[in-house]
Design a protein around this ligand. Sequence first.
Ligand SMILES: C[S@@+](CC[C@H](N)C(=O)[O-])C[C@H]1O[C@@H](n2cnc3c(N)ncnc32)[C@H](O)[C@@H]1O
Length: 335
Amino acid sequence: MPEQSDVLWEWSVFWHSDQLQSCLPDTSASGDDSLQGRWRRFFEALPGGAEVLDLGTGNGGLATQAVAVSKTRAMPFSIHGVDLADIEPARFVASAKNLLTEVMFHARTSMEKLPFDDARFDAVASQYAIEYSNTHKSLPEALRVMKDGACFRFLVHADDGVLKERCRLQAAQADRILDSELFSATGGLLQRLVAAEANNTPQTLAAAEQAITAVKAVFDDLESHFEGDEDRSLVNNLFAAVRSLPGKRRTHGVDALIAMKDDIRRLLLAQSRRLKSMQNAALDDAAAAELVDRLRALGAQNVVLEAATTGHDAECVGYWLSGDKAAGSGASRYE
Ligand SMILES: C[S@@+](CC[C@H](N)C(=O)[O-])C[C@H]1O[C@@H](n2cnc3c(N)ncnc32)[C@H](O)[C@@H]1O
């Protein structure tokens, strides 16, 4: 598992799992008006052999959409994905391995300082990522590595979007569980169950009974707290993982069980941090409009800011920011 002191530890932990992407809304469909449909049209507008860059690529969810379009071309795209986290998508996302091996991933690479020459790319894309960076540095970098006339499209979180609200609720749930006695009480239970089975004395059996009661009280307290929550996916998954631990004592020693319990807690802590970083990244109307002004000042043209919506109810899932790099806007203005 990545070290907690690593930069963007919370994202490295997340990407070391079998998940292709992080923030897509549940309601996202695949029709022409869906987020995927719009990305597909963006990539379809590129010529064969285009050089494409995905900023903050994560496990390559967006880059693989570029690969899918590239496969329809006689001359494939050359697709790069950068991320500051410790990513290794082809290793962790087995289901998309064939697509992921077509992407050149650059792990531990900051979008504020891209390792590419000026004017290299025909298209720069970013899905819920550029807004996590210092955009005073990453936007000039994005423009610097674009050829004259190259296009860009960024999907960014919106302050009043449904994703931010979901993150807020789940972060509060994660923090409530982290602040509770759940993990210490579960550790006590695992030790006492193993001791009771090994020794089978009245004292060890009574201690195990007490530990069962203590864990049940913590679960009951948390359950009552989360009772009215609309989204219980984080809570349910976490509770299931913790509840599965005692059953593993037939095959695992107590030290291994305690290590598993500590890993579940670390994952929850990473999740809490990730959910908070997602909330902090979200832009309001004024911040999104300011990005438009800055992009224009950097030499972007045809810049369009639109609400990103999805699903039957047209729920807000962010902003689309798109445009292209004006011909003749030389590299020096991006330095
Ligand atoms: C919400 S995730 C989106 C990942 C991916 N684009 C997707 O749609 O699944 C945001 C990503 O931005 C990355 N990130 C944040 N700040 C960054 C920076 N300054 N430079 C490069 N990547 C960064 C994080 O590590 C994370 O993988």
